[in-house]
Design a protein around this ligand. Structure first.
Ligand code: SME
Length: 201
């Protein structure tokens, strides 16, 4: 946790002699962060195939030279969370025995263990197929981790025939995910797993 100064925040004098108030500094920082985030998100004008092609290139660049599985999965989830519009949760659940256990993700804290065959993730993992749920409130047994989520897509991850787990994305928008998302996300997880292959994950 960041340490706190004992003194209250005050305006400080810089070497230029210009006073910068705490509020102005905060504004400048917020603006810089927002610009950085916008710059990271590719401008693909709502063209999903173009967006996913750009994400494949960005993922390859993030993975290049790095073979730490957790670090790569964490960066992969951050890439998706910050680049895909209308997504409130993006992350992994990995198979351990007969349950899925929470892996790296972006979004609100989530349920840690999901039984195979239960919820969208458990069903996608058990059936070994991508599941698109336009309205999670109509999915029997849906496990609600974030009340903001209204639609969901779950993509299983395989190392050859072996199920590793699932990639899960939630959206507050009903009907957010379609076949183009399924195709793009499947390509991304294929790139991810191919990179990690041979690491004994
Ligand atoms: N909704 C999921 C649970 C995981 S959270 O969405 C992060 C499910 O029904 O499996």
């Amino acid at each position: 946790m960041a340490s706190r100064s004992a003194k209250p925040a005050k305006s400080r004098k810089r070497s230029s002699g210009k006073k910068v108030s705490a509020a102005a500094k905060k504004k400048a920082l917020t603006k810089r962060s927002a610009t950085k985030l916008r710059a990271a998100a590719p401008n693909t004008d709502g063209n999903k195939p173009k967006l996913y092609a750009s994400l494949v290139a960005q993922l390859l660049s993030l993975l290049k030279g790095e073979h730490d599985f957790i670090a790569n999965a964490a960066n992969f989830s951050a890439l998706l969370f910050n680049s895909l519009p209308n997504v409130n949760w993006a992350g992994f659940y990995f198979l351990q025995g007969d349950e899925l256990v929470l892996g790296p993700f972006q979004g609100n804290p989530a349920c840690v263990r999901l039984p195979l065959g239960k919820g969208v993730c458990g069903v996608a993992a058990q059936q070994c197929e991508t599941i698109i749920v336009p309205n999670v409130h109509e999915f029997p047994g849906h496990i609600a981790c974030d009340v903001a989520s209204n639609s969901e897509i779950v993509v299983p991850l395989f190392d050859g025939e072996r199920l590793l787990g699932v990639l899960d994305l939630d959206s507050p928008t009903i009907g957010r995910f379609d076949d183009q998302d399924a195709e793009g996300l499947n390509e991304l997880v294929t790139v991810f797993v191919a990179h990690e292959e041979g690491l004994g994950v």
